[in-house]
Design a protein around this ligand. Structure first.
Ligand SMILES: *[C@@H]1O[C@H](CO)[C@@H](O)[C@H](O)[C@H]1NC(C)=O
Ligand SMILES: *[C@@H]1O[C@H](CO)[C@@H](O)[C@H](O)[C@H]1NC(C)=O
Ligand SMILES: *[C@@H]1O[C@H](CO)[C@@H](O)[C@H](O)[C@H]1NC(C)=O
Ligand SMILES: *[C@@H]1O[C@H](CO)[C@@H](O)[C@H](O)[C@H]1NC(C)=O
Ligand SMILES: *[C@@H]1O[C@H](CO)[C@@H](O)[C@H](O)[C@H]1NC(C)=O
Ligand SMILES: *[C@@H]1O[C@H](CO)[C@@H](O)[C@H](O)[C@H]1NC(C)=O
Ligand SMILES: *[C@@H]1O[C@H](CO)[C@@H](O)[C@H](O)[C@H]1NC(C)=O
Ligand SMILES: *[C@@H]1O[C@H](CO)[C@@H](O)[C@H](O)[C@H]1NC(C)=O
Ligand SMILES: *[C@@H]1O[C@H](CO)[C@@H](O)[C@H](O)[C@H]1NC(C)=O
Length: 818
């Protein structure tokens, strides 16, 4: 794997070198950084973490060992509130001591019995060792590695998303108890996929802001919620299992595209897109998930670095959304403000701006190094330092860092890689896998008939590739790997040929052997696609095609084979595989994302029918020429006719696709019917509610009162309906019911449709299940206008269930009563 990493590095450096001033630029992959450079700081004595035998700060034996009298420290007195205790702790510190607590490596204060704490741990799809707060070694080598988020999202199963979070937080707690991990995890990544070239699609829940938001809420609850303590009066003292962080706020989705990188990029974003798309998942994460942290991003937003923007941080996250937690900067963002964006004249000014904006914690060294001089010179206020520390210590107290967490104290090595956890990782892969083509229902293969398989392609023997990024990269490994070959070998005889030397597939050397193997086989399974050398953090794509000779490899096999050929694609972003979609010998196509450590097992189960696939694409798979029509850096979601730019995502792109958002087949056939539905809503207007104008086509009918503003959260009007899902085919299976709303006809520049609800339901052959939905009208039927108002239009809206031929729909009339 070393050569693989080297390749990424080389490629990145090449891109990097083409950027203008590379003098003081931050490293491209922040997670490759060694731990904090402050080790020789004269200001802090050697930091020491809590030894695992104590696990929490306010342990009287620990204080005794340090020669301190615990009873003299009110911050350890449980009879006080967290606020009182946090304030007591902060008031005891000198300014010099305070500033050394503001970096990801918080130095602690030995004279107060406050230990070092490393804030930076990651758990995007399993506990990861990417952050310095977590490590593995020979004594403790494993954690469960789930599929990457884009595939798990494709399950459209909210309880699965939450269940994964629960397993991850249990493993994290076990690791914390033994001294291998922290309590604060900078996951999930909830940036909306605006452009198919983005290198970090694998980390995200796709292109729809509502689905991304629901993923965030469920995963965060799985990580954070403590059973029995979920609903509680004072949210600032609500206990946390571990702390999650929704990132990267905001309008962050360009990593490095043709030399334009996130450390210099200024995202020019309209207020309309901001409310409708970029901020929406973050708002849901904070308001509905009660996340305990948000991470701001590297990029500028309309000229201002996200981490230095008072409106974005304090006014929006903290005040409007009412965050109970801390705001952290993506690693070295303050340095990026100074060196990358050239936003301030000095380091101190950058620190002062960030502090003023409401940034509580710096992943990096700038706060630690430059806050004290900034305060002493009058650029920053010590009050703001104290506020930041309050936000940080409240979270640590809620985590039991000071008092212990009896509910979790017995977790240990046996709670990591539990059989049920490994099974859940396999279940997640099965639920996410998307069947894209199945001509003549050739899949599932019958193992009595298909005994000898040719298994070909650069991903056929994949292991590490399956776990993607933010996984186990510094010594940790998954509980085990089941590669595609391993998985298929359990069910058939496998003749493996690599087809291509690697994903880049620079020549045709290995194709011939693959073709010959296919000629001998009862069926051929080709594993093709991309990996982190093509799409990754710090590396956006420039095309949507398979690399090198992969296409030739697939076509030569398909043309030579006389038995079925199944194509399995590993990728996060879409790949233009129109050639395979239309090829009569390629009977089936499966998208397996990056399916996690159990991926091979899941794929084999799907191919042989032990699992009936039900996943749906959470992103649009555009045709290859889409990327020639608009630059990645053009932020608007709506089409720009005068520049010829098409729209982005299923909401605004009306052209043809390889596979549309929401696409996914099954081995069975489902039909929908509307069981019951409220089809109109009379909304009584309050005297203060003004009628608002919408943007209607000139000659269209317009209602007299076109719309009302529904921004405040007071609206509780709901419409309810039930959808009967009937399994008309020959296999039991799960169906994802996706509900869209579309606005009244005649409105201009509005989404074609938008997801307002979804549920995954299991239905037996010949049976039906009724899925009920209850939609808040002001959330599900509202639109964001050009002035960024959230408006509910009157008139006839349409609710549509499903896509394509099988979709059913019904109108919902909204009337306003005065
Ligand atoms: C921060 O301070 C430490 C100790 O003085 C020094 O070694 C380090 O280079 C400084 N880092 C930056 C980015 O200023
Ligand atoms: C692994 O790390 C733990 C905790 O830091 C330590 O106690 C243990 O000795 C280490 N084991 C090895 C084999 O290095
Ligand atoms: C949703 O995921 C859960 C796992 O948490 C699983 O038990 C359930 O069967 C899934 N639902 C469907 C319909 O597949
Ligand atoms: C958390 O739940 C436990 C068990 O139900 C209960 O004893 C405890 O008081 C709760 N803590 C808080 C802060 O509500
Ligand atoms: C698959 O890859 C592993 C290394 O990850 C290697 O040990 C094994 O020999 C390979 N299997 C085959 C059949 O080539
Ligand atoms: C084909 O590529 C492989 C691996 O990249 C390399 O070892 C081999 O020499 C190449 N063969 C030719 C004919 O270029
Ligand atoms: C599906 O199979 C039929 C019969 O083998 C073939 O004629 C047709 O071209 C295939 N369609 C596609 C899209 O592969
Ligand atoms: C599709 O969108 C483009 C770009 O805005 C627009 O010019 C075209 O008229 C639309 N086509 C249809 C059929 O709506
Ligand atoms: C599903 O229904 C369609 C149309 O009725 C039919 O062509 C197809 O064969 C059916 N597929 C399955 C898997 O039953």
């Amino acid at each position: 794997m070393a050569s693989h990493c080297f390749f990424i590095l080389l490629l990145s450096l090449t891109l990097f070198a083409s950027i203008t001033d590379s003098r003081n630029l931050p490293r491209l992959f922040y997670h490759t950084k060694k731990s904090s450079p402050l080790s020789s700081s004269p200001k802090a004595s050697q930091p020491s973490p809590i030894p695992p035998k104590y696990t929490y700060v306010c342990n009287s034996e620990r204080f005794a060992e340090l020669g301190l009298d615990i009873s003299s420290f009110a911050f350890c007195d449980k009879s006080h509130s967290y606020d009182v205790r946090a304030k007591d702790l902060i008031d005891r510190m000198t300014l010099t001591e305070k500033v050394t607590q503001l970096g990801n490596k918080a130095y602690g204060v030995p004279r107060l019995g406050l230990p070092m704490y490393e804030w930076w741990s990651e758990a995007l799809h399993g506990v990861s060792d990417v952050g310095p707060g977590t490590h593995f070694n020979a004594t403790f080598p494993h954690a469960t590695s789930f599929p990457t988020v884009i595939l798990t999202t494709a399950s459209f199963n909210e309880s699965l998303w939450k269940a994964i979070g629960e397993v991850v937080s249990t493993e994290a707690r076990a690791m914390y108890n033994l001294g291998y991990a922290g309590l604060t995890y900078w996951s999930p990544n909830i940036n909306v996929v605006r452009d198919p070239r983005w290198g970090r699609i694998t980390e995200t829940p796709g292109e729809d802001p509502y689905i991304v938001g629901r993923y965030a809420v469920n995963y965060v609850k799985g990580l954070q919620d403590v059973a029995g303590n979920v609903t509680i009066e004072d949210l600032n003292s609500r206990p946390l299992k571990v702390s999650a962080s929704c990132k990267h706020y905001v309008a962050y989705d360009v990593d490095n595209w043709l030399g334009i990188d996130r450390y210099h990029f200024d995202a020019r974003v309209t207020e309309q897109d901001m409310i409708e798309t970029f901020q929406r998942p973050f708002e849901m994460c904070v308001k509905d998930g009660d996340v305990s942290s948000v991470m701001c991003s590297y990029n500028r937003v309309n000229g201002i670095p996200a981490c230095a923007d008072h409106k974005l941080l304090t006014e929006t996250i903290r005040e409007k959304w009412d965050l109970h937690g801390y705001i952290v900067a993506d690693c070295d963002s303050i340095e990026v403000m100074f060196h990358g964006h050239k936003w301030t004249a000095t380091e101190q000014d950058a620190v002062a701006q960030a502090l003023k904006a409401g940034l509580d914690l710096d992943c990096g060294i700038y706060y630690t190094n430059f806050t004290e001089p900034a305060v002493r010179s009058g650029k920053a206020r010590e009050d703001d330092v104290d506020k930041a520390l309050m936000n940080l210590y409240r979270v640590l107290m809620r985590l039991g860092f000071f008092d212990g967490s009896p509910a979790y104290s017995s977790l240990g090595i046996d709670d990591v890689c539990a059989t049920t956890s490994i099974e859940l990782a396999a279940e997640a892969a099965k639920e996410g896998i998307v069947l894209l083509k199945n001509n003549n229902s050739v899949l599932p293969l019958n193992s009595n008939k298909y005994k000898n398989l040719a298994v070909v392609g650069p991903h056929a023997n994949a292991t590490k590739v399956m776990i993607g990024n933010y996984a186990l990269e510094r010594g940790g490994t998954p509980c085990r790997y089941v590669s595609p070959i391993d998985g298929l070998s359990k069910l058939a005889n496998v003749n493996y040929k690599m087809g291509c030397a690697n994903v880049a597939c620079k020549n045709e050397t290995f194709i011939y052997a693959g073709v010959e193997a296919a000629k001998q086989a009862d069926a051929t399974i080709i594993f093709a696609g991309i990996d982190l050398s093509i799409e990754a953090e710090g590396l956006d794509r420039t095309d949507l095609l398979l690399p090198g000779y992969q296409t030739e490899m697939i076509l030569e096999i398909a043309n030579a084979a006389t038995t079925p050929v199944v194509l399995v694609i590993f990728s996060a972003g879409g790949v233009d595989i129109s050639f395979a979609k239309n090829h009569p010998n390629i009977v089936s196509i499966i998208w397996a994302g990056f399916p996690g450590a159990e991926g091979g097992l899941a794929i084999a189960d799907v191919i042989f029918g032990h699992y009936n696939p039900g996943g749906r694409l959470p992103i649009t798979w555009y045709e290859a020429d889409y990327v020639d029509q608009l630059p990645m850096t053009s932020m608007p979601l709506r089409p720009i006719d005068k520049l010829g730019y098409p729209g982005r995502t299923y909401k605004f792109f009306n052209g043809s696709t390889v596979y549309p958002f929401g696409y996914g087949l099954s081995y069975t056939n489902f039909t929908y019917s509307v069981k019951f539905a409220e089809r109109s809503l009379d909304k009584k207007l309050l005297p203060r509610q003004q009628c608002r104008q919408m943007n209607y086509m000139p000659d269209k009918y317009m209602p007299s009162c076109q719309a009302i503003n529904v921004e405040d959260d007071s609206c509780d009007d709901v419409i309810e309906f039930g959808i009967e899902v009937f399994n008309a085919g020959k296999h039991d299976g799960s169906n994802v019911v996706i509900v869209y709303s579309s606005p009244p006809k005649g409105l201009l520049k509005v989404p074609i449709k938008q997801v307002v609800g979804f549920q995954r339901v299991y239905v037996l052959v010949g049976k039906s299940e009724t899925v009920k939905f209850s939609l808040n009208v002001c959330k599900s039927l509202s639109l964001v206008d050009e002035a960024a108002n959230t408006l509910l239009p009157s008139g006839e809206h349409t609710i549509t269930i499903g896509d394509g031929d099988g979709a059913v729909s019904f109108p919902v009339r909204v009337n306003f009563d005065f």
